[in-house]
Write a protein that binds this ligand. Sequence first.
Ligand SMILES: O=P(O)(O)OC[C@H]1O[C@](O)(COP(=O)(O)O)[C@@H](O)[C@@H]1O
Ligand SMILES: [Mn+2]
Length: 327
Amino acid sequence: MIQMVNASKILDRVLVLEMVRVTEAAAIAASRLVGRGDEKAADAAAVEAMREALNNLAIDGTVVIGEGERDEAPMLYIGEKVGTAPGDAPAIDIALDPLEGTTITAKAGPNALAVLAIAEKGCLLNAPDVYMDKLAVGPGYPPGVIDMAKSPADNVRAVAAAKGVDPHEIIACVLDRPRHEKLIAELREVGCGIMLIPDGDVAGVIATTDPDTTIDIYLGSGGAPEGVLAAAALRCVGGQLKGRLIFRNDDERARARKWGIEDLDRVYDLDELASGDCIFAATGVTDGSLLDGVKRLKGGLMTTDSVVMRASSGTVRWVKGEHRARS
Ligand SMILES: O=P(O)(O)OC[C@H]1O[C@](O)(COP(=O)(O)O)[C@@H](O)[C@@H]1O
Ligand SMILES: [Mn+2]
């Protein structure tokens, strides 16, 4: 017998599949610009398509993680209302990255995604567009196995001990950035393998939850908005994620305070980044560890590969789409 899970009433189940339409639209739009060397055009196409798709849904949505602040982003800015039912449908918060991997897309590299998460009002951290230090593992580890207070080497050792292997057998995923030189050197000392990714740490964090990727732990800094999106995904599939905002100047600190963040040194746990019920959806733009990219086939046929998951039920759905150009 299938056990019915006490799912939240706020996020309608129908929305689960509606979310996929939204990420599919953004991925298809961006896919026209894969390998064209134009990051801005690829991003703009994804943003426009995602916005249009969101505005076709009967939701009362507010973008809390978006393309930037109102004065710097013409569309899907933080605070923008989307959906056709303001005041009628339950209010939901939306975190989005219409094209997570703009540079990857421009260079036709791996792992570019269109990403979206929705949650009940107030359940997503209103993270400013600053960096976040991230530390993540997939499901199955004892609580507290990763700890921001510990060194990267000690985190790798703890994960290795919990997995029952030598630290040499652990694979860490890290964004390939000069700022990670020290982190990488320390990991080299422990002797673990390091998968250096050019971009795309939403996919990097989620990769820890999929044994096929062989990635055990994610470490290093990337965008804070991407941290919240990755947290929404891990809330659905399990795993642990710690995040700490990084401020490089007073302007960034002021921005955090503007969004209600008082304790600037706080280490956020997974359910402080994304709490309550949430739905996470992603569609591949280019082929990657999580999803295949959009394929353009003969006769105007296009295929998409998406995943949509929900925290309250723990259901993960893999959705293959076929899209036909209508003449
Ligand atoms: O390139 P930076 O400044 O190191 O920032 C890292 C962030 O950029 C990305 O690699 C790509 O993000 P965008 O394509 O959305 O700009 C993220 O995955 C990551 O969190
Ligand atoms: Mn991004």
